[in-house]
Design a protein around this ligand. Structure first.
Ligand code: FAD
Length: 507
């Protein structure tokens, strides 16, 4: 008897899993995950991603075991694995979620489509987020998003497995040479996804509005749901519906709590909004969204400055503390991510692609669609967003004036007197002696002068921005990528009211 092959990718759950629920309606299912050697050699992956997936698969395996099945883990390139499987036990239907991934997965999926055609296999690809394949423009996008998010959660009732023994323990060694697994990162799996979401919805979200921009408060005030969404341990629709349920039950006086959850829902909307950009234009993983910016930074890449950034040795304490925290935890809040990219793109004048590859390995929640769109936005190459340049000294002043954050992550900063916290490289010899510190030895000294480097970089960008070609190319980008909510607001001349705090970005 044949079976329905369910191919798990970045959707490591059984609930609200359209591929699994549809497949199980059609017959016995066989669930597989494929460890693809070439995928794990790409520059945007890290050991932390692999281990998180492994933990999530272990969790999923327990759940499938309760239905009498398991998830099989196969090693090899996808076509090789499918060819082997079909020879051993033929199947006619392949089920998976659509994936908006990196160039490797994009090309791999094209090969899978051809292979399926050649073998008369029907490949059912299901929508996983509010991202629409083959979208022509953004006009109806918000409506479609809402429709999907308010439609019923897919549950699995009866599920029959093809020939597998239950509760197979997972054996999943990591591909060789994979690096970077932060000691304090979140662990994978649906149970932890649900626990994280519940603790946020019921308690932590009260601090969301005031806390998300502060690197000290954000680890608790933000939901921390991102890696669970990125690897599909929980579906976006589940998160939205659960949030709305909690919102509906709040008493009228729970003003802060309500504000936090409402702002959270708008972020969840952005998740799909950003992934849609990469889905509609996969080239933005490699090329400037507005091609007028081609050649702006490509030929001036300073490797030494990039190494300093990666090694938390820029000399700007806020930047170095963020890089250190990221290396230890795999996470940073939005504001600090934006600051890191801004520092890379403006005073250090680094092109976004190598910076983005490095950050992709650092972020546990690496989601290509959000990541590359944000990298371009914060580097000023989209042609449709206001240039936002974050000064790391001002960020420290605003978000860590007493130095708690920098001293937490940079132990040498504990010796720096309060009055030198923002610009420790200006400490006099005497202050250094009294503090037991030596500049250039214990503390790095910035290699670029921040003020002049910021000015020069802004001038360079604005000179490019003035070119008539910017305006000419803008309409097409807006049509394809811009949020209709923002356009509506702009036409009502309300855009000026959008302030620069994190709750009011334009896309
Ligand atoms: C340069 C840069 C790169 C980024 N790369 C990623 C990435 O690879 N993966 C990723 O999930 N997020 C990315 N973000 C967006 C954002 O920083 C993270 O989603 C957020 O910090 C994750 O923590 P959280 O789940 O606690 O967020 P919360 O504030 O609790 O938000 C809840 C969810 O909303 C979505 N969300 C929040 N902010 C944004 C945003 N600005 N754009 C799109 N979706 C958003 C995410 O799915 C997030 O999990 C990036 C931001 C920048 C500036």
């Amino acid at each position: 008897m044949s079976y329905q092959l369910v191919w798990f990718k970045r959707d490591l759950r059984s609930q609200d899993h359209l591929a699994l629920s549809e497949a199980s309606r059609q017959g016995p299912v066989r669930c597989i995950y494929i460890v693809e050697p070439q995928l794990w050699q790409q520059p945007d992956v890290a050991l932390q991603h692999f281990e998180f997936i492994k933990e999530s698969l272990e969790d999923l395996n327990v759940v499938l075991g309760q239905y009498g099945g398991c998830i099989e883990v196969h090693y090899g390139e996808v076509i090789e694995v499918f060819s082997k499987i079909i020879q051993e036990a033929p199947f006619l239907q392949l089920h998976s979620h659509q994936e908006t991934g990196n160039r490797f997965t994009y090309l791999r999926d094209q090969k899978v489509a051809i292979w399926c055609k050649q073998h008369q296999i029907t490949w059912h690809e299901y929508q996983q987020f509010g991202v629409i394949r083959g979208l022509k423009n953004r006009n109806q996008w918000d409506l479609a998003w809402e429709k999907l998010m308010s439609s019923p959660i897919q549950t699995i009732g009866q599920m029959h497995f093809w020939k597998t023994s239950s509760k197979i323990p997972l054996s999943m060694p990591a591909p060789k040479k994979l690096l970077h697994n932060p000691p304090q990162r979140l662990r994978g799996g649906r149970r932890l996804a649900i626990a994280t979401l519940n603790s946020f919805l019921n308690a932590r979200s009260i601090g969301y509005r005031g806390g998300i921009s502060s690197p000290l408060l954000a680890p608790d005030a933000c939901s921390r749901i991102s890696p669970y969404l990125a690897f599909g341990c929980i579906s976006m629709r589940e998160v939205i519906q659960q949030t709305r349920l909690v919102l509906a039950q709040l008493p009228p006086q729970a003003v802060r709590h309500r504000a936090g959850l409402t702002a959270f829902i708008s972020r969840l909307h952005w998740h799909c909004h950003f992934i849609q950009k990469l889905e509609s234009e996969p080239e933005i993983e490699w090329m400037n969204m507005h091609r007028v910016y081609d050649g702006l930074r490509e030929n001036n890449f300073n490797e030494e400055l990039f190494e300093d950034l990666k090694n938390a040795r820029t000399g700007w304490p806020m930047v170095d503390a963020c890089v250190t925290m990221l290396g230890q935890t795999g996470w940073l809040n939005f504001r600090m991510r934006a600051m890191l990219v801004s520092v890379a793109a403006y005073p250090l004048w680094l092109h976004w692609r190598p910076v983005g590859e490095w950050l992709a390995t650092q972020f546990l929640d690496y989601e290509p669609g959000i990541h590359w769109s944000q990298l371009q936005m914060q580097s000023g190459t989209t042609g449709i967003n206001t240039t936002r340049v974050y000064n790391p000294i001002k960020q420290a002043q605003d978000h860590d004036p007493k130095g708690y954050f920098v001293r937490k992550w940079l132990p040498t900063m504990r010796k720096v007197p309060d009055s030198w916290l923002l610009e420790p490289w200006l400490m006099t010899q005497e202050v250094q002696m009294n503090s037991g510190l030596q500049l250039g030895v214990d503390l790095p000294v910035p290699k670029v002068d921040l003020k002049s480097a910021l000015k020069e970089s802004k001038d360079r960008l604005h000179a490019r921005r003035k070119k008539p070609a910017v305006k000419a190319g803008k309409a097409e980008i807006v049509n394809k990528h811009a949020s209709r909510k923002i356009l509506e607001r702009n036409t009502k001349k309300e855009s000026k009211k959008v302030n620069a705090n994190q709750l009011g970005f334009e896309f």
